[in-house]
Ligand binder design. Structure first.
Ligand SMILES: Nc1ncnc2c1ncn2[C@@H]1O[C@H](COP(=O)(O)OP(=O)(O)OP(=O)(O)O)[C@@H](O)[C@H]1O
Ligand SMILES: [Mg+2]
Length: 588
């Protein structure tokens, strides 16, 4: 019998990255105790080691059987009774005293020895961390073993946190952002928080929220390009481009933007302003103009109604308050004043009016002092608030954003930050010189692969495809990876997968994971809360990791159902009044 206490068996088959191991019958126990620790032989997901001179090759046990996988080929040479066979996927190697490396350069062969991996080997693999890494959790097999993630790869090669509801995604997100902010003084993270659950976990963050007295969230509508404006202001799609009113709207928006070339963040060449430029214009004036021409009466008959001078205006408009001008009514007889012929904007005007009257959209269409003009706030102020302050984390709380404009809100936030990183890519204070992480909670709601029109998806896909080059990384958090845009999934470098019960979601993780380690992924439905399988670029070796439970926590904790239901209920006719008020005002 082999003397080495860690000896496990020998290789009987090698097939590219998979080897088959026959466990030695001479091993005295299926659970040997080495240096006071109990090791279980043949546990799925555990590591084994194959020493080849000064090279140690490492693999993960992916299946266990009492017959070899190719029985026919081996039946004359081996007596199987009582034997055990392990299928092992090779994951990496360590040469001499060098660090562990992913991937295998030298392959083991038949009859090479296979050994158990004990804690000291794991320390060799996982290392002790350095200035490039953050602590991400503890290895599931050992409380003493810290798992580190390479922060450069985690952020700039993008990352995804997936798991069924209640599996611990929000807590994991807090752990990662905290670790980044703690370790790097100059780090900056923007967290898109559609349920408003993270502010409680980050007391020091800058938190922007609609209608908040101190830090209101404003997303000025004039960040939209023309296609977006047309869609959200008047419900027109880009396929309407041949319609007269669509063309006229473009002309009108361009005209109103060109007036505003003198801006708080610097003057802009008026010849470069188009309907797509993020230049402020007064959307109420746009409505006023539509409304005026629609309702005007003229002293001249329709064919001559070209100028304002011939109109019969009685009271001028107060378009800031959405009050139209009043005109002398036209009589039914045919002798003037005459009814307007300018009725192209008939539909658009009504839609625009109802959008501007809807106070739920005020954070966008009535964005406070964000007028852009000198003496008011402009986009540089918005960037300074979100990503320029000394706070390392900005939480954009979108919990009160009406669902119908959640998509465009996330789209505008993303494109604006992306543009600021792209155009500032070589500036000292941003771009490549000060990378940024954008995190998206509940990503499946606005990055859904089945949505044909999605402004958020378009912008976030661009971050995933191009962001790295300008210092912009992204993290998405979702309970339904199978619903996420495929372009985004394909660009995720590191997968942090918590318990996932849905088989469609599991197979997406399996097929999207950069490392071919299906055996670990197969463990997804049986993970404990707060336990994750991490695979990909940021981690030295695919691992099963326990994430620490944070304090303070996001407000996503399970309600204490039993305690709540045990309390006696006190009926009161006044009950539910405050709830109804909140529903009506959409305000907490
Ligand atoms: N690492 C952990 N250790 C122990 N308990 C945890 C851990 N992470 C989360 N929990 C507990 O699990 C519950 C759910 O956690 P969390 O809100 O992070 O889940 P989630 O995946 O974000 O859920 P959802 O999809 O509904 O947002 C919480 O009550 C929390 O206390
Ligand atoms: Mg959550």
């Amino acid at each position: 019998m082999k003397k080495d206490i860690t000896y496990l068996g020998k290789i009987i088959r090698v097939d590219s990255n998979v080897v088959e191991v026959e466990v030695s019958n001479e091993i005295p126990s299926a659970a040997p105790i080495i240096n006071g620790r109990l090791y279980k032989i043949g546990q799925i997901g555990t590591f084994v080691k194959m020493p080849l001179g000064n090279i140690n090759i490492y693999g993960v046990v992916s299946s266990v059987s009492n017959t070899p996988s190719r029985l026919e080929e081996n039946k004359n040479s081996i007596n199987y009774i009582g034997s055990r066979f392990l299928t092992v996927q090779l994951v990496g190697e360590k040469i001499g005293n060098d660090d562990f490396d992913k991937g295998v350069g030298t392959y083991p062969t038949i009859n090479d020895e296979v050994h158990l991996v004990i804690e000291s080997d794991l320390f060799d693999i996982y290392g002790t961390g350095d200035e490039n890494s953050i602590k991400i959790g503890k290895h599931s097999s050992s409380e003493n073993l810290t798992v580190f993630a390479d922060v450069h790869k985690l952020v700039l090669r993008h990352c995804g946190i997936f798991g069924s509801t209640g599996s611990g995604k929000s807590n994991t997100t807090v752990s990662i952002i905290k670790a980044i902010n703690l370790q790097f003084n100059g780090s900056r993270v923007v967290l898109v928080d559609p349920h408003g659950e993270y502010s409680s976990a980050f007391p020091d963050a800058s938190i922007f929220k609609i209608k908040d007295a101190e830090n209101p969230l404003h997303i000025p509508y004039w960040l939209m390009n023309f296609e977006e404006l047309a869609y959200f202001l008047v419900g027109a799609k880009s396929t309407d481009y041949q319609k007269v009113e669509y063309r006229k709207l473009r002309e009108l928006v361009t005209k109103l933007k060109k007036v505003n070339y003198q801006l708080a963040s610097g003057n802009v060449d008026v010849n470069l302003i188009t309907a797509d430029s993020p230049i402020p214009f007064n959307v109420r004036e746009l409505w006023g103009e539509m409304n005026w021409w629609l309702n005007a009466t003229f002293s001249v008959s329709p064919k001559d109604q070209q100028t304002v001078a011939t109109a019969h205006e009685v009271t001028p408009a107060d378009y800031e308050n959405l009050i139209g001008a009043i005109f002398t009514p036209y009589p039914v007889t045919n002798n003037g004043p005459y009814k307007t012929k300018h009725n192209d904007f008939y539909q658009y005007e009504k839609k625009l009016y109802s959008i501007l009257k809807d106070t739920r959209f005020d954070f966008m269409f009535n964005p406070g002092n964000y007028k852009g003009t000198v003496g008011t706030k402009d986009l540089h102020d918005l960037l300074n608030e979100w990503i320029g302050s000394d706070s390392k984390l900005a939480i954009l709380d979108l919990s009160e954003v009406p669902f119908e404009i959640l998509d465009i809100s996330v789209g505008l936030i993303t494109r604006f930050i992306y543009d600021s990183m792209f155009w500032g890519r070589s500036d000292t204070y941003t771009g490549k010189n000060r990378p940024l992480l954008l995190a998206y909670e509940e990503a499946h709601t606005y990055l859904n692969k089945n949505d044909s029109i999605s402004y958020a998806k378009k912008s976030v896909e661009q971050v995933f495809k191009e962001g790295r080059k300008f210092g912009l990384g992204a993290l998405i958090i979702s309970q339904r990876p199978s619903e996420i845009s495929e372009t985004i999934l394909a660009q995720i470098g590191t997968f942090i997968s918590l318990r996932l019960t849905n088989s469609k979601d599991q197979s997406i993780i399996k097929s999207s994971s950069p490392d071919n380690l299906n055996s670990l992924i197969d463990l997804l439905p049986s993970l404990r809360t707060g336990e994750a399988i991490i695979v990909g670029e940021a981690i030295t070796i695919p691992s099963r990791v326990r994430i620490k439970l944070n304090n303070p926590r996001p407000t996503s904790d399970d309600p204490e159902l039993v305690k709540a239901w045990n309390k006696d209920h006190q009926p009161n006719p006044e009950n539910y009044k405050t709830v109804v008020k909140k529903i009506r005002e959409q305000k907490n």
